[in-house]
Design a protein around this ligand. Structure first.
Ligand SMILES: [Zn+2]
Length: 321
């Protein structure tokens, strides 16, 4: 029972970082007979593996039990799921880049329709990316920690996409009330999506585990919240000033001059710009990290595939990187 944790036919993948599956498994107890004596979810189907030997396979999907004994690290998860996370980040990054380009195109070109199409396409890419990135781990791991933020991100992303599509193409269809309402909803959904995404990603990064990336997600979330708070204060004060100004437009009882207001909005806008760029850089780094995790997951799972009867030593089970 103190022997190797590797299932029969398992060989370590030839990656730079050694994969240690041979040590004791934190939090998992075994009976004297070597049976798993803790509730452990199969990483592919969530089946409770309690009562199986560590070298057994899940009776539901055939996944090696040993991979489920390694804690909640992403790389031991189902490779299809890890791949979805990596693809999701890449799509989000391209969506952000495309949104930036559409803004640029809108500023320099008079063809509104082109900018609108690119904006909606960027929203669609970001929404699809967010959807993939927030795919639940099939084992159910992580849900206790981030299920709420994961679902909030998905709902907000869909509202944002609908808002962008109707707001973009509905302008010429005399749907001003609807597009106006949806525009406000989409803006609000965009803010909620950003904050909830960063909250979710902070916890996901801890499963890589990458404390630095997790810390970065927290800092960027605080910065973006700070920027939006400034914009909100500026917006409310502007609205109050306009509502209470006399017919001549003179006299702002709220007491803030246009210069001070501009300053508040400027600080908010600058903060959002800086942390928006940091968010993009963070997502690029996360995409790289998840790409590595996806590759490691594929290696691990292909290396732990059942050995063919002809080669019980499993010498050919390992796939070179
Ligand atoms: Zn299973």
């Amino acid at each position: 029972m103190r022997g190797s944790l590797l299932p029969p036919g398992f060989q370590e993948p030839s990656s730079a970082v050694p994969l240690d599956l041979s040590g004791s498994v934190a939090g998992v107890r075994f009976t004297a007979e070597g049976d798993i004596d803790t509730d452990v979810a199969c990483r592919r189907c969530g089946y409770n593996l309690r009562g199986l030997l560590r070298d057994d396979r899940c009776p539901e999907c055939g996944s090696p039990a040993v991979l489920a004994l390694q804690g909640d690290r992403i790389r031991f998860g189902d490779p299809g799921w890890v791949d979805r996370l990596a693809k999701g980040v890449r799509l989000v990054v391209w969506g952000i880049v495309l949104a930036f380009l559409s803004g640029l195109a809108g500023a320099v070109s008079s063809t509104v329709i082109l900018a609108t199409i690119v904006t909606v396409l960027a929203s669609l890419m970001r929404c699809c990316g967010v959807w993939l990135l927030t795919s639940p781990d099939p084992s159910g791991l992580g849900e206790a920690s981030y299920a709420t933020s994961r679902k909030v991100v998905r709902i907000a992303a869909v509202i944002g996409l609908v808002g962008a599509a109707v707001g973009g193409f509905g302008g010429s269809m005399a749907l001003t009330l609807l597009t106006g309402t949806l525009g406000v909803a989409a803006t609000l959904a965009g803010v909620i999506e950003q904050i909830a995404t960063l909250l979710f990603l902070e916890k996901l990064c801890r499963r890589i585990p990458d404390k630095k990336l997790a810390g970065r997600a927290r800092v960027i979330r605080c910065g973006i919240l700070f920027g939006y708070a400034f914009m909100l204060v500026g917006g409310i004060v502007t609205a109050l000033t306009l509502a209470t100004a006399g017919p001549s437009g003179i006299g702002a009882p709220v007491g803030l001059s246009a210069g001070a207001l501009g300053c508040v909005m400027g600080v908010g806008g600058l903060t959002l710009l800086v942390f928006g760029i940091l968010y993009l850089l963070f997502m690029i780094r996360l995409g790289r990290a998840l790409g590595v995790e996806a590759r490691r997951a594929r290696e691990l799972w292909s290396a732990s595939a059942p050995a063919s009867p002809a080669s019980p030593s499993g010498a050919e089970a390992a796939q070179p990187a």
